[in-house]
Design a protein around this ligand. Structure first.
Ligand SMILES: Cc1cc2nc3c(=O)[nH]c(=O)nc-3n(C[C@H](O)[C@H](O)[C@H](O)COP(=O)(O)OP(=O)(O)OC[C@H]3O[C@@H](n4cnc5c(N)ncnc54)[C@H](O)[C@@H]3O)c2cc1C
Length: 437
């Protein structure tokens, strides 16, 4: 029996490697490079399309917890993430080229995986299939999956942040520092005084945006990853309390408390490229250039990638998906990755991991894994498959979706302690569950 996986992205690659580990053969279909998505720029598998950060690895942080659970479940991509790591303070960030090159080699050299560079246009429900075609699923496949599900898609918008060359940064103005001086100084910071910030803000709010198609005009954004122009439209100071917050970033050379600070995160191992943190944008490219060049220290920045915005499609999971990631319509069909309505790189790999394990168990006539509600991955899969959502929106890992902690009110108010208890409970719940099955 061969399994078909549609999409060689983060979820599809993790799923294929999970199946291979269990001696199950896979045909992994990836349509790039002959057909592309608009956001991907290479022919490599598991490409990171925007930021190079996977968020925290701290076990008391919701995203960090998910990573620890993935390791406990035997993720194949987590070790590659660590191999490709670049310095980024408390965040786990990678060199996107090293990561996707290593994953591509891992997939192409695996005897159980047959990589086929072809677009799948119709869903064949007679073949056990994991649909991991991502938020930018090709139109023909999207149409076929829609017919199969009998449900319309949902969608929102997500944008990409620009990347610049470090060589073009003016270090007379910019300085290296991690917020609150924590760890090594991994980030480049470009400080602004009030006048410089207001100039930047005015360019931003007046800059023309790339027109959306008429049917897209009412689409929502993902609140935790808003384009910079949308954040700015909420008020003059909103950016200063968001991605441009100056707190903890005092230039050691001047000791001046800045009005706002633009941060740049290392994007490759060689530290030649840096992405602008929180600068995902849909502005026209000329305006992006003007805006970036208005930042002190970036007057001559050489922009190697501009920001772009994309429509992210996801299925109405509460209506069609079980918490095992198997479809409720046909047992042969599983979904993984961002198309399920989980949001983020880590979440996409995590759902690929579960879909791969569960597809293997399905093929072997074993009971599928239904992870405990106390775990982050269990909470995510329960959330997206909970049938009674009145307004289903994509979700990323957060402590708000795990089951309630049974402690008194006073303890609940101590966020640090609460998160520590939640993370201990999650890892214990996962261990006992894995021992039981
Ligand atoms: C513009 C944009 C910016 C984003 N920025 C971030 C970010 O900064 N941080 C973050 O955590 N998340 C971000 N995301 C969300 C998400 O984490 C990523 O999209 C992630 O890559 C999703 O993983 P995936 O495996 O589900 O899909 P993908 O990684 O997109 O993989 C799907 C693959 O399927 C292929 N494919 C599609 N249709 C077919 C077909 N018919 N046949 C064969 N192959 C097909 C595609 O070419 C692609 O390689 C962003 C998403 C978008 C669209």
């Amino acid at each position: 029996m061969r399994v078909r996986i549609i999409g060689g992205g983060l979820a599809g690659c993790e799923a294929a490697l999970q199946l291979a580990k269990r001696n199950i053969y896979t045909d992994l279909y990836e349509m790039r490079p002959s057909t592309t998505t608009g956001a991907h720029t290479t022919d490599k598998l598991a490409e990171f399309v925007c930021s190079n950060s996977l968020g925290s690895y701290d076990i008391t942080n919701a995203s960090g917890m998910l990573k620890h659970e993935m390791e406990a479940l035997g993720s194949e991509l987590m070790p590659v993430i660590f191999q490709s790591k670049v310095p980024a303070g408390g965040a786990l960030a990678i060199d996107r080229n090293i990561f996707s090159q290593t994953v591509t080699e891992k997939i192409t050299s695996n005897p159980y995986i047959n990589l086929i560079r072809q677009e799948i246009t119709t869903l064949d429900t007679s073949v056990p299939t994991i649909i991991a075609s991502g938020p930018l699923t090709s139109d023909k496949l999207a149409e076929s999956v829609k017919k199969f599900l009998g449900q319309n898609y949902l969608f929102f918008f997500d944008a990409v942040a620009p990347i610049i060359e470090k060589e073009s940064v003016n270090f007379d103005k910019a300085f290296y520092l991690n917020r609150y001086n924590k760890g090594l100084a991994d980030y480049i910071n470009c400080p602004m005084n009030k006048e410089e910030y207001l100039n930047f803000y005015n360019i931003l709010i007046n800059a023309p945006r790339i027109e959306l198609k008429s049917f897209e005009k009412n689409a929502k954004f993902f609140e935790s990853c808003l384009p910079i122009e949308i954040i700015a439209s909420r008020g003059e100071d909103t950016l200063r309390f968001g991605p441009l917050k100056p707190i903890g970033l005092v230039d050691p050379r001047t000791n001046i408390n800045n009005y706002a600070v633009v941060q740049l995160r290392q994007d490759d191992k060689k530290a030649d490229l840096y992405n602008l943190v929180g600068f995902q944008t849909n502005l026209k490219w000329d305006s992006q250039k003007e805006l970036i060049h208005s930042v002190p220290g970036l007057e001559n920045a050489n922009i190697v990638r501009y920001g772009v915005m994309h429509r992210n499609t996801f299925i109405n999971s509460p209506k069609v998906l079980a918490n095992t990631l198997q479809s409720r319509i046909s047992p042969n069909i599983f979904f993984a990755g961002q198309i399920t309505g989980t949001e983020g790189y880590t979440e996409s790999v995590a759902s690929g991991l579960l879909a791969g394990i569960n597809m293997a168990r399905y093929i072997n006539n074993e009971k599928l894994l239904e992870l405990p509600q106390e775990t982050m991955l269990g909470a995510l899969t329960s959330y997206i498959s909970f049938p009674d959502h009145s307004n289903f929106q994509p979700v990323n890992s957060n402590w708000g979706i795990v089951s309630e902690l049974d402690v008194d009110k006073k303890m609940k108010k101590n966020k640090k302690l609460k998160n520590q208890l939640l993370s201990e409970r999650a890892i214990n719940a996962l261990r006992s569950y894995l021992n039981m099955i």
